[in-house]
Design a protein around this ligand. Structure first.
Ligand SMILES: *[C@@H]1O[C@H](CO)[C@@H](O)[C@H](O)[C@H]1NC(C)=O
Ligand SMILES: *[C@@H]1O[C@H](CO)[C@@H](O)[C@H](O)[C@H]1NC(C)=O
Length: 285
């Protein structure tokens, strides 16, 4: 009985560590605006590929449609859009079977003559941001006007603009304009605040996760529980049972060693008492 209970515990612990899986969506080439008749691919970088991540999008026409159903061509954990059109404009994200979602990316495909190339993902406070105002053909170095939240902020002779050491106040809706060519669609630039505490362990995301890697991950978690939690748990249980069987005369305060055991631990302790008694009896034979 104790054995099965420990197995249950390990199973629950493994489930807990697996349910924290996450995914990140990225787009290649990295741009939130595209001309029509171009191509781009979206990539879902996931911690656990067995969670069944799918790429989905919301557009003005459709809600939550999956890559491969009405749009895009699935390629592993990626999705390719080989010929862009204005109806590919929308919000894209990865979603697991259980419904957890990745970051989302807003993409605008324009039939116009100008796009603004800006960071797709939120920019960390203090970093530099470069913006490029680009015409369809040929790729230009023409003077461009840059706007933030509808107001002209700068005119750049080559169409490139850099914002140094961005702060939260740089967050906003940007667009650009090249005279005699036209205006780009607007895109949001998001700024994330610098974490005050050191960031949680920055495990690099696997770019090409394989089922083998994911099962290795699972084995590793199981191994971890076996090596770390199992002995810890058993020694706690043994300690509790040893103290319980001490002569009551010179009994140490149990509360110093461990808090009162839960019903489950109590049951386990009883089981282990039996085991210990058995072992001791055999030894005396
Ligand atoms: C997609 O559309 C659905 C339905 O309108 C909405 O509930 C959901 O929040 C949208 N998702 C994103 C990422 O915008
Ligand atoms: C997806 O697009 C990338 C370039 O963006 C290309 O290298 C790759 O071959 C494409 N894959 C498929 C399956 O079309």
């Amino acid at each position: 009985m104790g054995e099965t209970c420990l197995q249950c515990l390990i199973f629950v612990m493994s489930l807990l560590s697996c349910s924290t899986n996450q995914a990140r969506l990225s787009v290649s080439p990295s741009s939130s605006q595209f001309f029509s008749w171009k191509s781009f691919s979206l990539s879902c970088e996931e911690d656990d590929s067995s969670a069944g991540w799918t790429l989905r999008r919301n557009t003005t026409e459709e809600d939550r449609t999956e890559c491969g159903k009405k749009w895009g061509k699935p390629a592993g954990s990626s999705c390719n859009i080989s010929v862009t059109a204005s109806w590919d404009s929308g919000v894209y994200w990865c979603e697991s079977r259980e419904g957890s979602t990745s970051n989302s990316i807003t993409i605008t495909v324009t039939g116009g003559a100008v796009i603004l190339q800006s960071p797709v993902l939120p920019v960390m406070e203090g970093h530099d941001v470069s913006l490029h105002c680009q015409t369809k053909r040929p790729p230009s170095k023409l003077p461009a006007d840059f706007y933030k939240d509808g107001s002209l902020i700068r005119t750049e002779p080559t169409g490139h603009m850099t914002i140094h050491h961005v702060t939260k106040s740089d967050e906003g809706l940007y667009k650009c304009h090249i005279s005699s060519h036209g205006e780009s669609p607007p895109s949001w630039i998001y700024v994330t605040e610098k974490p005050t505490t050191p960031p949680p362990s920055t495990t690099p995301l696997k770019s090409t996760p394989s089922p083998a890697a994911s099962s290795f991950h699972l084995s590793f978690i199981l191994l971890l529980h076996l090596v770390v939690f199992y002995p810890y748990f058993i020694s706690t249980v043994l300690m509790v049972s040893l103290y319980r069987h001490r002569p009551t005369g010179n009994r140490l305060p149990v509360s110093m060693v461990t808090t009162s055991p839960t019903p489950a631990e109590q049951g386990l302790a009883d089981d282990y008492d039996d085991v210990i008694t058995g072992v001791t009896t055999q030894h005396h034979f």
